[in-house]
Design a protein around this ligand. Structure first.
Ligand code: UD1
Ligand code: UDP
Length: 379
């Protein structure tokens, strides 16, 4: 039997967390000949995830440089990935989400007349500059891809409105599959967390988005600093992204405050342990907006919009914006009003059931005439 040749390409931490379970699923099935190519748009943060999941890439483009620009990431990937595609000649190249790795790899596959499958397709804010450049990246990949793996029914509707060509499957988000690997045990690998008193109310915080660089990030950090001062019983733990822009700003606003801990990025297992032992989460991350609701933790989203309205509708996520006063008001409400807190602190899982990778594998078999289409994921 001829195998379907699938090449999965990813490069940043969140893509790796969401693609490793899929790479493992494809590798475990005899119908596929699966290869993994990493761009290493992130280096350390990618390698941590690869070792967490035990995934060994077949190709590593090793492109990361400190303070890289969107243009250098794009041009390096375009230049380096073509020869890999020519060597492997996959039947389909899988990309994930909305990073510059995603867009550049999909474009390179198109140049090689190779079919593209888009995992986590159809998320939209309809604001081309927010998130930047991710909204445009995912729209462009929507045009380039033939197979669209939409996490939710809402994501499918977005793609249908744009009349994308090819086939759309509603699969759930592979992040929920990833949590089957990562959510286990209570003991942290990170030494800094061994000494934390978890009887305190822990606020897990992250912030890294490009559109938040500058004034919005300063406003967010100023709110976090003030929140810590007003609620001395809380402990904010912030694993700071390795971006030099983020680290400089976090150091300026958040060092020297007793109940704020700035630490290095955590591996995925520790991060999920930390969230599950937290009181609440404040973040501008996409992936964390999907994970924290599954863990029953209220989330304040530190952005003006979100492409993930499902958990907002379910009541566990609130859009806090980037204004200091609004963030402070919403966070203070969660810390003082029990009714408000318990209304948000219930586990919901609008993003998946842990079987997204199986559905994607079956959808690929279907696309190549080897199986029925999978049933859509439904909440
Ligand atoms: C990228 C993605 C963003 C995603 C985020 C996840 C784009 C345009 N942006 O943004 O969608 O939400 O990843 O975290 O694709 N760095 C290191 N080591 C690492 C990782 C990063 O030193 O392991 C530093 C480097 O100086 C690098 C900088 O962080 O130049 C920024 O990384 P980059 O991938 O360009 O942007 P992110 O903000 O991480
Ligand atoms: N994450 C992690 N360690 C950290 C911070 C985040 O493993 O120190 C995980 C988090 O649980 C989620 C993913 O990284 O799975 C989100 O990545 P990020 O916020 O960098 O990107 P986004 O999802 O916003 O694109």
């Amino acid at each position: 039997m001829k195998k379907i040749k699938v090449m999965s390409v990813f490069g940043t931490r969140p893509e790796a967390i969401k693609m490793c379970p899929l790479a493992l699923e494809l590798a475990s099935r005899s119908e596929f000949d699966s290869t993994v190519c990493v761009t290493a748009q992130h280096r350390e943060m990618l390698d941590g995830v690869l070792s967490c999941f035990g995934v060994q890439p077949d190709f590593d483009l090793d492109i990361m440089e400190s303070g890289q620009t969107l243009s250098t990431i794009t041009t390096k990937i375009l230049t380096l990935i073509g020869p890999v595609i020519q060597k492997v000649r996959p039947d389909v190249l899988l990309v994930h989400g909305d990073t510059t790795t995603t867009f550049a790899s999909a474009l390179a596959a198109f140049y090689e007349r190779t079919a593209v499958g888009h995992v986590e397709a159809g998320l939209r804010t309809y604001d081309r500059y927010s998130p930047f450049p991710e909204e445009m990246n995912r729209c462009m990949v929507g045009r380039l891809a033939q197979y669209h793996f939409a996490p939710t029914a809402q994501n499918r509707r977005n793609l249908e409105r744009e009349a994308v060509t090819g086939q759309i499957f509603v699969t759930g988000n592979t992040v929920i599959d990833a949590m089957k690997y990562t959510v286990r045990g209570e003991k942290f690998d990170c030494e800094a967390l061994h000494h934390v008193d978890f009887s305190r109310r822990i606020i897990t915080m992250t912030c890294h988005r490009r559109e938040n660089y500058g004034a919005p990030m300063e406003s967010i950090f100023s709110a976090a600093a003030e929140l810590a001062r007003r609620f001395p019983d809380t402990l904010t733990i912030y694993p700071v992204h390795l971006s030099p822009t983020v680290r400089e700003c976090a150091a300026r606003f958040l060092t020297g405050i007793d109940n704020i801990m700035l630490i290095d990025p955590l591996d995925a297992m520790d991060m999920h342990r930390l969230m599950s032992r937290s009181y609440m989460v404040m973040t501008d991350s996409g992936g964390i907006q999907e994970e924290a609701p599954a863990l029953g933790k209220p989330v304040l989203v530190l952005r003006r919009e979100t492409e993930r309205p499902e958990a907002v509708e379910a009541g566990t996520v609130k859009l806090a914006g980037v204004g200091r006063d609004n963030i402070l008001a919403l966070a203070s409400g969660l810390l003082t009003d029990e009714a408000q807190y318990s209304a948000m602190a219930h586990a919901v899982n609008p993003y998946g059931d842990g079987h997204a990778c199986e559905r994607i594998a079956q959808a690929l078999l279907h696309a190549f005439g080897m199986a029925d289409a999978p049933e859509d994921f439904a909440v």
